[in-house]
Design a protein around this ligand. Structure first.
Ligand SMILES: NC(=O)c1ccc[n+]([C@@H]2O[C@H](COP(=O)([O-])OP(=O)(O)OC[C@H]3O[C@@H](n4cnc5c(N)ncnc54)[C@H](O)[C@@H]3O)[C@@H](O)[C@H]2O)c1
Ligand SMILES: O=C(O)CC[C@@H](O)C(=O)O
Length: 470
């Protein structure tokens, strides 16, 4: 989002430009990164590539909330950005104040980037969700204002699957209760209603990254696996896809949810679904708090229909760590839930391992830096995915145009008319619903032309935002 003033300052910053080539992003093992590596850039792998900067790197302001991992902070520091790091999320009014001034924001699951908040973002180029879920961001509105959103699609999947596997065994053995009892001095050696998991049936709702990973772990424990998903997905091992949710509920001893938060998944498990489950079965949820109707779960447990539950996520969650915040003011049913037997409650830690957080930090920070520095939107969850190979070091007087616009006929003609006095070396455009994104490298551009190109593009009818990189 280079302003004319920034364009005038461009020359000064040019020499200070940093590349991503030395960043830890290069060691990410995610397919997103591998996919990026297969892009046309490979053709010029032996050449030195030119760093692009539209502005002094020091002008880029990034706000990182919710204890984003140190790996990300290091990548942003290497880029020379101004990085502000806060441990918790921010309440809406403080977020609105902060967002007015920043170019990028990194969040996890607690920070709500609603339309109301995003309306105040005047310079926001990019949002990084340092997690899998992106339901906390109004993705459509972000796209509408030209802000790309990136996440980490599966760096914490294994961590969640391992936690669920541990909880399945813990519920079957009433481990949580025995531990709480002994912590308070009570020796209670029982075997009644305690089971092995071998030979039992696990029903997985949502057979994506986490569900399918869990499927493999559960089979290694000797469990039978059924899964229900809205799309047909290849079974791993000897797992079987069932065609209705009811069939999964009728046949499973353990039911676990691994679906995204959508309108369709709200209260996916409620009173009728608990009624359809086997007597004495167990429920687990580490997806999103809205997926299970918790008051209905409480009733099903009180009626001895459900023998235990493990919950990692809740409709309302505290914004930061601390004693006393998980209470009835947050969710009206809290005290009733915590008084029930065989309930394992964890504070949304499914993806909270050193391995996952470090990998997520690298992956998302690299994607954000690449988008800020080069305009590469591959991997974005709300934007057309567009990429151009880097400029070579010897390419003088070449400008990269990043033009985000409404997806209506005739825009490219208008833009290419503006660029036509220069050689368009390469360009790539794609659309995603109402939003389209054009990247073009144009050569033979004098310093004096740059402001003129910017001003002309800025006056086009359907532009959403423009950045010019040099
Ligand atoms: N507790 C945690 O710390 C934690 C960590 C990571 C992810 N999550 C949550 O877990 C969710 C799942 O993660 P994932 O990586 O496996 O996602 P994914 O996108 O890989 O898989 C989700 C699966 O759910 C299916 N699905 C969607 N709607 C459905 C419906 N109505 N009924 C049945 N299936 C449906 C999809 O087709 C897909 O196969 C995420 O969206 C996130 O909210 C929580
Ligand atoms: O780390 C978090 O806050 C969120 C973890 C998880 O829910 C995710 O969506 O990846």
């Amino acid at each position: 989002m280079a302003s004319p003033q920034e364009i005038d300052n461009l020359q000064k910053s040019f020499q200070r430009a940093a590349t991503l080539s030395g960043s830890p992003g290069a060691v990410s093992t995610s397919p997103t990164q591998s996919f990026m590596n297969t892009l046309p850039r490979r053709i010029s792998v032996s050449k030195q590539t030119k760093a692009l900067k539209p502005f002094s790197t020091g002008d880029i302001k990034i706000l990182l909330l919710e204890n984003v991992n140190q790996t990300a902070i290091e990548i942003f520091n290497e880029q020379g950005y101004q990085v502000e790091v806060l441990k918790g999320s921010l309440p809406e009014d403080e977020l609105i104040e902060k967002i007015k001034d920043i170019h990028a924001i990194g969040i996890r699951s607690k920070t709500k980037l609603t339309e109301k908040v995003l309306r105040h973002a005047k310079n926001l180029v990019v949002i990084g969700c340092f997690c899998i879920g992106t339901n906390q961001v109004d993705l459509d509105y972000a796209a509408k204002i030209g802000t790309a959103v990136f996440n980490s699609p599966f760096s914490n999947s294994r961590s969640v699957a391992e936690l669920i596997m541990a909880e399945i065994v813990s519920l079957a053995r009433q481990l949580g209760d025995r531990s709480i009892e002994l912590h308070t001095g009570t020796w209670n050696k029982v075997s009644a209603k305690c089971w092995e998991v071998r030979g039992k049936t696990l029903g997985i709702i949502g057979y994506g990254h986490i569900g399918s990973q869990l499927s493999v772990l559960a089979e290694a424990f000797g469990m039978h696996v059924l899964y229900y998903d809205i799309v047909t997905i290849m079974a791993l091992g000897t797992a079987k896809q069932v065609s209705t949710l009811d069939e999964l509920l009728n046949k499973s001893d353990f039911v676990t949810c691994h679906v995204p938060e959508t309108a369709e998944t709200k209260n996916l498990l409620s009173a009728p679904q608990f009624a359809a489950m086997k007597d004495g079965s167990y429920v687990l949820n580490a997806s999103r708090g809205t997926v299970i109707d918790i008051p209905a779960l409480i009733q099903a447990i009180k009626a001895n229909k459900i023998a235990g539950a493990a919950l990692d996520v809740y409709p309302n969650e505290p914004g930061k760590n601390g004693a006393g915040s998980f209470n009835d003011d947050l969710n009206s049913w809290t005290s009733e839930l915590v008084s029930l037997p065989n309930i394992i409650l964890t504070p949304h830690i499914g993806g909270s391992t050193e391995e996952a957080q470090s990998a997520i930090g690298i992956e998302v920070a690299a994607a954000l830096s690449k988008y800020i520095n080069e305009g590469n939107s591959v991997g974005s969850v709300n934007f057309p995915e567009v990429s151009l190979r880097s400029l070579d070091l010897d390419q003088e007087n070449t400008v990269r145009v990043l033009y985000i616009h409404h997806n209506v006929p005739g825009v490219l003609k208008t833009v290419n008319n503006i660029l036509s006095n220069h050689n368009i070396e390469k360009q790539f455009s794609d659309s995603n619903g109402d939003i389209a994104y054009l990247m073009a490298d144009i050569s033979s551009v004098n310093q004096s032309d740059i402001k003129e190109i910017y001003d002309q593009l800025n006056e086009t009818e359907y532009k959403i935002s423009i950045r010019l990189l040099y």
